[in-house]
Design a protein around this ligand. Sequence first.
Ligand SMILES: NC(=O)C1=CN([C@@H]2O[C@H](COP(=O)(O)OP(=O)(O)OC[C@H]3O[C@@H](n4cnc5c(N)ncnc54)[C@H](OP(=O)(O)O)[C@@H]3O)[C@@H](O)[C@H]2O)C=CC1
Ligand SMILES: CC(=O)N[C@@H](CCC(=O)OP(=O)(O)O)C(=O)O
Length: 345
Amino acid sequence: MIKVGIVGGTGYTGVELLRLLLAHPRVDIALITSRAEAGRPVADLFPSLRGRIELSFSDPDDEALAACDVVFFATPHNVAMRSVPALLAAGARVIDLSADFRIRDAGLWEQWYGEPHLCPELLGEAVYGLPERHRETIRDARLLACPGCYPTAVQLGFMPLLEEGLIDTQTLIANAVSGVSGAGRQAKIDNLLSEVSDSFKAYGVSGHRHLPEIEQGLSAMAAQPVSLTFVPHLAPMIRGIHATLYGALNAAGRAADLQALYEDAYAHEPFVDVLPAGQYPQTRSVRGANTCQLALSVPQNRETVVVTVVEDNLVKGAAGQAIQCMNLMFGEDESAGIALPGLLP
Ligand SMILES: NC(=O)C1=CN([C@@H]2O[C@H](COP(=O)(O)OP(=O)(O)OC[C@H]3O[C@@H](n4cnc5c(N)ncnc54)[C@H](OP(=O)(O)O)[C@@H]3O)[C@@H](O)[C@H]2O)C=CC1
Ligand SMILES: CC(=O)N[C@@H](CCC(=O)OP(=O)(O)O)C(=O)O
């Protein structure tokens, strides 16, 4: 059995990890932390877990966490990097759902996250947890940096086009929409029901912290620097991300069978589903599932390709993808515990 610790068990991604890991055949959850709820039974805070878990929340404690085989950090950024060196030194492996180890350049990280990075020497070792791109290196990772929710959708959507060199790398556009759970579970006036319902807005247009992470990943796919216009939006739904991606096709792209390209590229991926031509993915279809669904469209002028992508931000965008990586790291079936259909048809 894999002995698991979760830091940040009361947040949205933390409880999603719990929901999925409790159904995992090879996982034993040893520790779940919360500073605010220390001592309280987990099932008392989350009644959906009644009868499924006996543990109570505990205060984060690196010594206790170090006895786990793997520790998940479902915490805001600037938290995991305080504990990771000690946990790795003690032999534990770490899967960080936050942004602490996603950007390889410490200076760029500090520019976007506004604090000095506490262990820049580990940035080169951290493996970016996008299995569709880094499956083999994930297997050997001690330190796994889970991609952000928007970055997962945008990178999976553009990947085959960039790897094959079929679009202009300087004019990429991603319009992406998130449900409110993407902002976390802590109380914020902006996220009140009365603020977000019956409303739709863009935010972070002049610069969102996911931009450098996405450009880093896309540039590696294209083997040259890419430039992306990234516009995130908030929609009145709880879960889900919908991204609409635009790429200007070059001559090779205009001549290619893009539907076949995507179907072939993702044919053996358990969690990427390319829809038949003419269909468009909906967030409701992947709610609760570790699935990224996408569709290709080429408007009649054949100048631009449009890729529409959906995922559940808390599953393929966070906890599900983290477990997919854990399965790879521990030699388990990649789909163990996460082979779930969406909650709605
Ligand atoms: N929500 C989403 O859709 C996604 C989120 N992520 C990332 O995952 C991480 C968690 O997100 P989310 O679950 O939404 O966050 P939440 O705000 O919902 O939960 C944060 C959790 O972290 C704990 N925590 C906060 N500060 C500390 C600290 N200093 N030390 C230890 N524990 C702490 C909190 O509990 P307590 O304060 O009681 O200790 C709480 O359990 C973030 O980095 C986020 O960016 C990634 C992809 C998608
Ligand atoms: C709706 C909303 O506010 N979303 C968050 C991003 C989601 C998130 O948690 O960021 P990571 O994926 O990097 O962890 C935001 O825009 O900051």
